[in-house]
Design a protein around this ligand. Structure first.
Ligand SMILES: Cc1cc2nc3c(=O)[nH]c(=O)nc-3n(C[C@H](O)[C@H](O)[C@H](O)COP(=O)(O)OP(=O)(O)OC[C@H]3O[C@@H](n4cnc5c(N)ncnc54)[C@H](O)[C@@H]3O)c2cc1C
Length: 136
């Protein structure tokens, strides 16, 4: 007698190699749409290589979209830095002499800005949004 679940009959078994930002985004996208998948990652811990972090700036139509369409827009807003693409050159007294980039801070939309988020933090947000047992 077969013990396989109904979803195994309706979906192929999907393995994603690498639990980086792309692999985890794909897993979350599938999971949110009811398609089971498993990520295989060689790092043993979410903070492995965390020191190699650095910040990523995410655009509205690419990185932000992947988060927005998978229910992580609020989390992204909370952990990203809206003003990160501003370049400001100040005089000795701290008075700005030149300012470049940046959107209106009062503008709630992130469409025209590229907020930065720490790579390790972003990986954590994605990992927290997927079932623990879907990453091996
Ligand atoms: C210096 C730099 C700056 C960048 N800045 C930006 C930016 O500002 N904005 C932006 O959107 N993008 C930026 N990027 C690009 C962004 O980092 C990549 O698009 C993104 O990380 C790709 O995700 P990934 O999952 O394909 O790869 P990665 O994030 O590199 O993840 C790959 C994962 O696969 C695992 N792995 C590898 N081989 C195996 C294996 N055989 N078995 C199991 N696991 C394996 C690794 O351990 C790793 O966790 C930048 C990239 C670099 C290098």
């Amino acid at each position: 007698m077969s013990t396989s679940s109904a979803s195994e009959h309706t979906h192929p078994r999907i393995a994603i190699v690498g639990g980086g930002l792309a692999g985890l985004s794909l897993l979350l996208t599938l999971h949110k749409r009811g398609i089971p998948a498993t990520v295989y990652e060689r790092d043993v811990h979410r903070n492995s290589r965390g020191r190699l972090g650095g910040n990523l700036d995410l655009e509205w139509t690419t990185g932000q979209r992947a988060l927005r369409e998978n229910g992580l827009e609020d989390a992204f807003r909370m952990h990203s830095h809206h003003e990160a693409d501003v370049i400001r050159i100040c005089g000795k007294a701290g008075v700005p002499l030149l300012e470049h980039g940046g959107s209106d801070p009062k503008d709630e939309s992130l469409k025209d800005s590229r907020p930065e988020i720490n790579r390790r933090v972003l990986r954590g947000l994605l990992l927290d949004a997927i079932p623990e047992d879907s990453v091996k």
